[in-house]
Each structure stands twice: as structure tokens, then as C-alpha cells.
Design a protein around this ligand. Sequence first.
Ligand SMILES: [Zn+2]
Length: 501
Amino acid sequence: MRLLIAMMKHETNTFSPVPTPLQRFGHGPGPLYGEAAVEAYRGTGSGLGAYLDLAEREGAEIVMPIAAGAPPSRPVDDAAFEHMADAICGAVAKGGYDGIMLDLHGAMVTESLEDGEGELLRRIRAIDPKTPIAVSLDMHANLYDSIIDNATVVTGYRTYPHIDTYDTAKRAGEILLKAMRGEIRPVMAWGNVPMLPHVMRQGSDDHPNRELQARCAAMTAPGTKAGALAASLFTGFPHADISNAGLSAVVVTNGDRDLAERLRDELLDQAWNDREAFVYQIEPLQQSLARAKASPPPAPGEGPIVLLDHYDNCASGGTMDTTLVLGAILREGLDNVAAFAIYDPEAVQQAIAAGIGAQITLSIGGKTKMPAIPGDSPPLTVTGTVKTISNGRFRNKGPMGRGVQMDMGPSVVIDTGKVEIAVISRHVEPSDLNCLLALGIDPLQKRYVMLKSRVHWRAGLGALAKAVVDCAGIGVCTSDYSQLTFRNVRRPIYPLDLPNR
Ligand SMILES: [Zn+2]
């Protein structure tokens, strides 16, 4: 057996100013290829890790042309997309595969294309019309016909935070292997409804997504009458001004198209009926911080209060350098705080030059202009001691992306006396405990931890937190969708076109 396995992942925030060149696609400078890619992902809790385990179990020969994944940012450079698609299509053209297993995102927009993954799959099918293709997608995929039309089986995550990337790819791979052996004949039905669920309301531990994902699992439970091979509900990625942004579903059955369509409609109806529960209510920042300040300090053994700077999550395309929330924390005099993180490679270099223990005054953040949103995020001047200097590398402890190598780039911690501020040189969302520990910050010793995140922080830090206070700041993954100008998304769409808006 010979398998082609590859990864091309990007969640595109079309409102983001953060560039997306090829170099961004890797946990270091650029993608990995061939044996280096296999080595990096073998034994990890990633989608590629699952495909590699399946290949090993089957005794298959593996061809891995490229493993490329970038943190969310503006539309992917055309040249970067062409390079990644060429790497995969070039390998496909050599032929001789029994199956193709792809770990994709589903919300990749390029400078020229609304649907990067659909175009990749269309090109693969044009070269090789026959070899079965498995595709594993993120729950934030914005689905298009081309993705479904050119794949054999498509599956999506059931968890947000995404702690089932491995299981999702395994599900796709297992179905593919059965199809390759002729044991099943997968058919797929997909569809969408005109709604943009708010990202802050998409967590799979909360209503309504909890019940939707449970329904997907029930549809595929062995021995049930429903009998789908796979069922996926995509909450979608709303910070993308493209026609198909929003919620969708795909159901895979063994040769039964009617059943696939019926189950798909059931999922979409349930989501549509729950649409109001996907709307997020914003609390003004002053009110949030006053609430945080008034809450009692954690008792011994209790974790910190998380101050969630959710407008500037780099894993949703945020610049990670806005300072509105951090500035307010400093002004309000909150004590015993850790802040993760401000992206500012220049400030990092200044702190490194000053050295450990040096007292410095630095201008941090506010360096990236955000023309797509109203308001301004000026740099913040801070004075403190250089507490930590690090190369910024760590491996995820998990449960999200367990074992995957991460790279914050050169990183420092500036201690103002009240606030320890992490300043980093590559975008990494605080979804893993080790991003803090790697910089010498123990969140359990803090009264407050400010995180630039929306939902993924819960994966690694949720269980440690005593409470969470959402802090409305500024950034291109703004939770106030009225700040975004949508020109291309299909209209009307809920909740942008609510009768009262
Ligand atoms: Zn996602």
C-alpha cells in the first residue's frame, strides 16, 4: 500500500493586516518536506500524527511532500499557495497511490481565491480522477462545493478547543482505508445555513454547540439506526468576508444519499433553531476590569482569574500587539498579573540587548496598523526588569496538539513589579500551559493572567482558572461584528441582518 499524506492549513481572517508569506507555514521558518515532515509529526496528537499511525499500522509506504501550517492571518500570498499546491500536486502526478490523506483547514482564502482547499482538491482530481481522498478539516471551515465534490470523505473536529485533531483525521483515514478495500462506498451530502455563529459562543463545552456535536457523534455511533459513517457540523469562521462564511454540515454514509441528506438537514435545522444562542453579548472593558478587581484573591490552591483579551487572538488573525486591555490593567493597578503576550520582535531585541536583570523602559506593541477596523491601538510604554530571555521554543503538553513543537521566536518577560509581560517574536496563542512555563511564568502563583485568546486557552489553562472575565479590547478578531464591513458574504445572513440592525 502506498499513501500520499500532506498538510496545508491556514485559517484566513480577511480583515487581518498580518502578512501570510510561505515562511509563516511552519513551527520555524517555513514548511517541512519529506522525511523532516514525517519526523516532526510522527507520534504527535495532530492530524498528521493520526494519518502516520494508520499508515504504519497498514504497513504502507508513505510519501509526504509537504507539511505546512500557519497561524491565522490575512489572505495567503498567491506565491505561497502555488508553492504548497505545487508540492502536493507534483507528488500526485508521480502516481502509484492507493490513497491520499490530507490534513487541511477549510477556511483558507488566498489573494486570488475564496476557497484555497477547494482549488487544491480540484487540481488533484484533475491530475488523478480516481485515487480516494480523505480530508480532515477544522471546525472553523467555511465549506464550498469544490471541497466536497473532489474528496471521497470529509470529516471535521467535534471539539472547540480543538483537542480531537488526531481523532478527526483518524476517522477520515479509517473510512478511506475501508473505501480503498472496497468494503464501503462513501457518499457525502453537505449544506449551509445563512448564519455566522459568534466565535465566543462556539465552544463545544457550551450550549448550543455541545448538543450539535453530540448529535454528530450519535449519528455515527456503531449499531445505531442513523448509521452515518461520519457527520460533521462546522461552526465556521466569521472573520472572513467571503460568500460561504458561516455554519455548514457534511454527512458521509455508505452509499445512501437520501440518508446523508436527511441527517445533514437535521443538523442544519438544529443549528438554525439555536441561532440566538450563538449570539455573544459584549461587556464594556471598564465594567469587566472593575468586576475583576472586586473579586477576592484566589485562596491557596485556587488558580488565577483569567482576563481574556478576546479581540486580539492571534489564532483568529489578531496582530497580538494591541495594548488596550494591558494598558487598562496597568492603569487600574491590578497586582500579581501575568500577561501573555505582546507580539513585538523589536522590543524583544531591545530587552535582550539590555540583558537579564536590567531595568528598562520600552515601547511595546501597537506597531501594526489595522485599517479594516475603527479605532487605534497605540504602543504602550512600560518600565520594568528583564526577568526572562528565551528562544521561545517548547513542545505542547496537550491536550491540544500534544507533542507538537511550538516556536514563539526570541521571547522575553518584562516584570513591572505588578505585571509580568511576555513579549514574543512569533504568533502563538496561549492554548498550552507550556507557553507560560517555558518563559518562567507559573500561572498558579498569579492572581490574574491576561490571555490573548478566545476559546482555545481553555484547552491547556481552563481547568486551572478560578474564573474568567472577558475583556473587550481592540483587534481584528473583534467580537463586535458591527465593526467589520462585509461586502462578499451572502446576504441576508444572521445576525448581521437582524431586522433591528
Ligand atoms: Zn478552528
